[in-house]
Ligand binder design. Sequence first.
Ligand SMILES: NC(=O)c1ccc[n+]([C@@H]2O[C@H](COP(=O)([O-])OP(=O)(O)OC[C@H]3O[C@@H](n4cnc5c(N)ncnc54)[C@H](O)[C@@H]3O)[C@@H](O)[C@H]2O)c1
Length: 329
Amino acid sequence: MRTVVVTGAGGFLGKLLVEKLSKDESIETILALDMKEPLESLGNLPKTKKKVVDITDELQVKKAIEGYQVHGVVHLAAIMSGLSEADITSAMKINMIGAINMMLSVANEATNPRFVFSSSIAAFGNVAHKATYNPDINGGAPDDRQPASTYGSTKAAVELLLANYSRKKLIDGISLRIPIVAVRPGIPSGAASTFVSDLVREPLQGNNVQCPVEPEQSVVVISPRKTIEALYKALLHMNTSQLGPSRVLVVPGISAQAKDYVESLRKIAGEETAKRVSYRKDPKIYDIISTWPSKMDSKLARKLGLSPDDSSDDIVRQFIEDYMPGANI
Ligand SMILES: NC(=O)c1ccc[n+]([C@@H]2O[C@H](COP(=O)([O-])OP(=O)(O)OC[C@H]3O[C@@H](n4cnc5c(N)ncnc54)[C@H](O)[C@@H]3O)[C@@H](O)[C@H]2O)c1
């Protein structure tokens, strides 16, 4: 594969992915697209050409990839769930029109480029209220999308458009429905799900944190390591023939309750650290999170080589290894 495009390349997942792709021998050029500031923070990586692009502007997107034969895209640029709910206009423009602009700009019947879309389990929406929903919906079951948030609606809508573009063989699409990615370093993001990361990161860094959902709230989580592995495999090493017409693949995560992460903190970092967590329900966050699946069983993704993390302990340990090396824990 020669040229690949990564959008949202200066974001949390984008940076990790571009770093990994820049070490891959099969890739000649990475076009890293993002807004100015996030892109500046990406640093200089081999084979990587940084392009400042607002994906809501089709001309800017076309200009950025002009002259390149694009073999693959990982489309990550978006605004997250909390911001989408607060600003529906931006969500429509960035998450919807931005994704359409990307598909329009690379669609090519002759080369049929791989197009990996970072969808979310928020696309399930109210279907998630069934205790254990079987997400292997790749036969194209019509009722698997009942998003109950602006973010989930935009993700579900793009999934449909990507499936149609793939049916027309203009792109070779995969919509990865990604669980909550944790633990995220840095400051809390605009995602309603950011609390899972906050719950682990803040106490480890000596700060108190309020958990906005009840201790028994179950959430499906995946580590950054496993997420990058899924995006990488979907871009370079996945046969789409088993995906069926929906082109949706539900990425496996682990289901655990909020209090399990506090228990893991207690086990790994001690009582003092675990005591930094208190619970105070925030209806704004809870109303979004409670419509997402709390349990999933992604058989097809496992068959295609993706696997979940081991446990909440594993999620906590990975954060310490990757982002707090040398910490006395
Ligand atoms: N992090 C998670 O928990 C999670 C879970 C499921 C799905 N996803 C999806 O994965 C993708 C990446 O997530 P992330 O956590 O890295 O998010 P992030 O917010 O860290 O990165 C998103 C990037 O998109 C860029 N962007 C936003 N609007 C843009 C525009 N108009 N033009 C160009 N770039 C623009 C931002 O500048 C940012 O760098 C998103 O699509 C998200 O919905 C994330």
